[in-house]
Design a protein around this ligand. Structure first.
Ligand SMILES: Nc1ncnc2c1ncn2[C@@H]1O[C@H](COP(=O)(O)OP(=O)(O)OP(=O)(O)O)[C@@H](O)[C@H]1O
Length: 239
């Protein structure tokens, strides 16, 4: 679903160069739920933004769902992003002046779906996150956990294969955080691949696999997909 090989990202200003990612390699298979952990400034958000085709990278190789991203122009990248990838952010990023229905509609308007198809997708996904009855409400009328659920519905409405989450529970108390995590687990069980950046070890422990980043590099040996072997605790690398 997502593969990076020896990827690098350098931010240059007139005074300094920051090597945010260096020799960064990762392989996430379809259906996985991967947590990305690491200290502040280690490059997690940079990785997620590149994975989501929001930022360019400086070197290396990168595929999304088997498609080579190198050499794509902005239009091609936008199309790939709109078709395959959904995002959730720590701050929810809902539009305060729009009700929930219209918030979920925002990304769908770029996709050329018919009005009837958009309506169906909005209702289905707000239902999926338990907010079907609140469609005419505004974000300020909801709790933080509910707002994040709307953001999840918005991310899912275009049927992405890959969901990228940057600290999705960072602004929530522990009860709401657990609810959002359970919803993400359910979405993953239904087939969406999830990559989640988190500082929270408890959340990371619930993912199938952790990828630890230090100084812009993956530092552990969990970077390749693992299949759980049914008869025991051992794991085996996917061939
Ligand atoms: N737009 C930018 N311009 C210059 N440097 C940047 C830019 N964005 C990130 N960086 C630098 O790249 C490095 C990695 O930043 P990044 O935000 O990816 O880390 P992070 O692991 O997500 O941190 P945190 O956990 O604090 O959010 C840091 O040194 C940061 O200062």
């Amino acid at each position: 679903m997502l593969k990076m090989k020896h990827l690098s990202k350098v931010y240059r200003t007139h005074l300094i160069e920051t090597h945010a990612l260096r020799d960064f390699s990762i392989h996430v298979r379809e259906g996985e739920f991967v947590a990305v952990t690491g200290p502040s400034g280690s490059g997690k958000t940079t990785f997620l933004n590149i994975a989501g085709l929001l930022e360019e990278f400086s070197g290396g190789e990168f595929w999304v769902d088997g498609v080579d991203v190198r050499g794509m122009n902005d239009d091609q990248r936008s199309r790939l992003r709109n078709e395959k990838i959904g995002f959730i952010f720590q701050g929810f990023n809902l539009i305060p002046d729009l009700n929930l229905f219209d918030n979920v509609d925002v990304p769908l308007r770029y996709r050329g779906f018919s009005a009837a198809d958009r309506k169906r997708r909005i209702e289905e996904n707000l239902g999926r996150v338990g907010l079907a009855s609140r469609m005419k409400h505004y974000p300020a009328e909801l709790s933080g956990g509910q707002q994040q659920r709307v953001a999840i519905a918005r991310a899912l409405a275009g049927s992405p294969r890959l969901l990228l989450a940057d600290e999705p529970t960072g602004n929530l108390d522990s009860l709401m955080a657990r609810g959002v995590l359970e919803l993400l687990e359910e979405i993953n069980r239904q087939g969406t691949t999830i990559i989640m950046v988190t500082h929270d070890p408890e959340l990371a422990a619930r993912a199938h696999r952790n990828v630890h980043v230090i100084d812009g590099q993956v530092t552990d040996f969990d970077a390749e997909p693992q299949l759980r072997v049914p008869s025991g605790n051992a794991t085996a690398a996917v061939a």
